[in-house]
Ligand binder design. Sequence first.
Ligand code: EPZ
Length: 419
Amino acid sequence: MNKLIIEGGVPLAGDVRVSGAKNAVLPIMAAALLADSPVTVENVPHLHDVTTTMELLGGMGVSLMVGDKMSIEVDPGTIDAYRAPYELVKTMRASILVLGPLLARHGRAEVSLPGGCAIGTRPVDVHLQGLEAMGAEIEVREGYIHARCSRLKGRRIVMDVVTVTGTENLMMAAALAEGTSVLENAAREPEVVDLARFLRAMGAEIEGEGTDTIVIHGVPHLSGTRYRVLPDRIETGTFLTAAAMTGGRVKTLATDPELLESVLLKLEQAGARVNTGADWIELDMRDRRPKAIDLRTAPYPAFPTDMQAQFMALNCVAEGTAHIIETVFENRFMHVQELMRMGADIQLEGHTAMVRGVDHLTGAPVMATDLRASASLILAGLVARGETRVDRIYHIDRGYEGIEEKLARLGARIRRIPA
Ligand code: EPZ
């Protein structure tokens, strides 16, 4: 397994281009299954999860062609199977996103249950309850979801929890259902909004995306289209947090400040100077140490759980003591033990972490456990004294396009070595 070797102590400086959003491109590629003709998706990040999604769709007979300018053409017309196998689903839970489109377009689907992952049990009960309410017959046996329906019917569905992919699955299913669906307690994440815009570009009739009530009027068919995916707000936030921790100045390009207002507010509270434009954000923290920042994760537009680990790393070297409360996932503190190996002072009590800022961290061999935990270990390595070796970085490759190249261009001393 590859490792990343980081020599800490360099304040980051320069410009970095943000890639397309992983958590928008995955549902949008699944939504292509709804169309009667080919779809071209642009600004696709080169990530392992995108490759896995291509494998998943390819395995169903869907034709895929990688174009120029980070685009992928998806032609669902050649589909001849309706199964998402365990071997793929266990490596990427977002595979569950093919369930709604397969049911809506073909009336059948066999999708492996995703199973848990490092950050939590992550059930899909809300996805299944919603699809059953719309008329699907669903049976779970031998680890697979077996689903069938003649034609889904529009329904009013109140989701028990705010679920991003649950909202996305039901929105996609409702797009081709008979009649109108109303999704209450819907997720408001920008990636849900991007999917709604993509569906509308294919001819769907949707309103209310970005609020907690989304109304979808089913249509008889959806056509192929060309669509550019929105920037990755979590990659943006990760680079800005790295700049704040290292006392540098970084400008993120091809992004959108409106996607991460809660994160920018916290960075300013930590003492950073933040300037923004329509598609760029610059953070300046030169010659200053961050101040400790309390935070509580919650669904959008509150502080995103996907930025919690990165802010934990910042608080490890900040001035003062911070309390971090993780309310979305039940086990998203896997990075704490690894940060403590680097000298961090963190105490866990249930869903709360108390982080006392220390004068410095010390490089150490550490192990990545999940995507955003990996990012927090890399950020800690950028400020630690000495060398940090991050193992199991296949986690990081799932969600960050060429992270070591982008950080090296900002001056970081970081390289990848084969294990
Ligand atoms: C999406 O996961 C993202 N993944 C996650 O990003 C992100 O952390 C998460 O939303 C929260 O923002 C993608 O979009 C591909 P949820 P998702 O369903 O949809 C519970 C990353 O790092 N729940 O919003 O799987 C669940 O257990 C990844 O890029 C149910 O109880 O998350 C959790 O506690 C990690 N039943 C909470 O809801 C359900 O049927 C939120 O989960 C569904 C969810």
